[in-house]
Design a protein around this ligand. Structure first.
Ligand code: NAD
Ligand code: G6P
Ligand code: MN
Length: 450
């Protein structure tokens, strides 16, 4: 079994310790030769890096491990996989993405609505740079990307590097949902064969087959309608995530055909969800006071003690395991099935060819072999087309530096709808994102002053 060389970009992420634990747990199925972590923030990288040294000393002593803020050390010819989880602007900017729209009466969320728009406009530039840095050294390395907003990042990267077949954008939420279904049905989620369609953070499960070919979705729907819905790891979740999962019951009551991705709550019930959000204390504040604080304190403690044996630093197993099993399937040509983000090209027959859709695919050494889902009903097609138009206009606004397309994008977004609100939010976000976004110019004449 050939061992691989792996680079983690965004090594100072709050999700990294969980990923490192998964790397240890899977060292026999995905052996790593050299592992490097890269971050632009030296302090964050050092804390997680020192934790990693202790962890690997105990659980993976043969691993050749380094952490750095120096690109020269990170990008090398012999890389096989690059795992990316960066956040341009950090939590400081996430907080603005969430608070600015909320102050103007619109949903404030990091990947949905204007918050996702702002984050997308920031992420594209760094992601393009990352792909260029990797490709300057090797054409062969697989780039597996978690960086959000994955829908917008995937669309932008797909357009800028159309010939690059070794970039795969992934999201752990379908995996979180499958694990949650497993807990409700008391079954091993790895046995599920799911059918799923949509865009990232905007999709639905249509079927959930078991090992005998029975569709478990009708039974699951009944269980959700009678008993509600909770995440698999609800004991460790913050209240805001429990609230999000609990909205699935309402979505299924109103639209019982399929089982929705939790992010659809923001688009289907923007007013109801907005009422539950506090403009003075958003998810970014909850994460900074909770996960971020816990992860960094715990990593420092482990480094001081020199042992990780009693450490409970991992907060979500699905995230770290998912990217590793995806890499394993590609590395060893296993052809396992995963829900991933790919160019449509007929997979959903009645959606635009160039949409980046999320569907089930078999992942092989020669890339993803996705499963087509045929035609989808009008309601879902309509919702997705609106959202895809928003995503496409967002990427075009970035590429062309177009204020007009940015305004069109936000007006199309179901969390906004009103063109005047779209303009107010856009203007405030432009102000807040100076230095991160390209300059946006309007081709239209300025409105006459009265
Ligand atoms: P975080 O801010 O804790 O971590 C991101 C790290 O990236 C920081 O340490 C930061 O310094 C670093 N960084 C920023 N720009 C960089 C660059 N250009 N090069 C290298 N490093 C850079 O954020 P987090 O909440 O831990 O999330 C990390 C990323 O993973 C985010 O993009 C988040 O949205 C994403 N994520 C995606 C999924 C998914 O389902 N796709 C799931 C979880 C997290
Ligand atoms: C899910 C989504 C990710 C997102 C994460 C945010 O896992 O799939 O795309 O980054 O939730 O979680 P947070 O706890 O940072 O709000
Ligand atoms: Mn996601």
């Amino acid at each position: 079994m050939r061992a691989h060389n792996v680079l983690i970009v965004g090594g100072g992420s709050t999700w990294t310790p969980g990923l490192l634990k998964s790397i240890c747990a899977r060292k026999n199925s995905f052996p790593i030769n050299r592992l490097v972590m890269l971050d632009i923030n030296e302090e964050r990288q050092k804390i997680i890096g020192e934790y990693a040294k202790v962890l690997f000393q105990e659980e993976y002593p043969e691993l050749d491990f380094h952490y750095t803020t120096n690109k020269e050390e990170a990008f090398r010819e012999d890389l096989d996989f690059v795992f990316v989880q960066m956040r341009t602007g950090g939590y400081t900017m996430r907080e603005k993405d969430e608070k600015i729209p909320l102050q103007l009466g619109v949903i404030g969320q990091e990947t949905c609505g204007p918050g996702g728009f702002a984050y997308g406009m920031r992420s594209i530039r760094d992601m393009v740079q990352l792909v260029e840095d990797v490709r300057a050294k090797t054409k062969d390395a697989w780039i597996l990307n978690y960086t959000n907003p994955a829908a917008i990042v995937a669309d932008a990267i797909g357009r800028i590097f159309p010939e690059d077949k070794r970039i795969l954008n992934i999201c752990d939420q379908p995996e979180n949902l499958l694990r949650s279904y497993g807990r409700i049905l008391d079954k091993d989620p790895r046995e599920f064969d799911p059918v799923y369609f949509g865009l990232n953070h905007f999709g639905w499960f249509t079927n959930l087959y078991d090992e005998n070919g029975n569709d478990l979705l009708p039974e699951l729907r009944e269980k959700i309608l009678s008993g509600g819905f909770r995440p698999v790891d609800y004991e460790q979740r913050d209240q805001s995530w429990l609230d999000t999962y609990s909205m699935v019951e309402q979505i299924v009551q109103d639209f019982p055909d399929y089982l929705p991705n939790t992010y659809l709550q923001y688009y289907l019930y923007p007013d109801k969800v907005k009422q539950k959000l506090d403009p003075d204390f958003t998810r970014a504040n909850e994460v900074m006071a909770g996960r971020e604080k816990r992860v960094f304190e715990e990593c420092e403690r482990v480094a001081e003690m020199g042992t990780s044996q009693e450490s409970k630093v991992v907060h979500n197993d699905a995230h770290g395991e998912f990217i590793l099993v995806v890499a394993e399937s590609i590395a060893y040509n296993k052809g396992s099935h995963f829900i991933v983000i790919l160019k449509n090209e007929g997979l959903v027959e009645n959606l635009p060819e160039d949409a980046m859709v999320e569907v089930t695919a078999s992942l092989t050494a020669n890339g993803p072999r996705p499963y087509s889902v045929g035609k989808i009903p009008t309601f879902y097609k309509g919702l997705i087309e609106g959202q895809f138009a928003y995503e496409k206009l967002t990427v075009e606004a970035y590429l062309e530096g177009s204020y007009d397309k940015a305004l069109q994008a936000l007006t199309l977004n179901r969390t906004v709808v009103s063109a005047s609100k779209a303009r107010d939010v856009l203007d405030a976000l432009i102000e807040a994102n100076r230095g991160y976004w390209p300059e946006l110019r309007s081709e239209r004449p300025a409105p006459a002053l009265v």
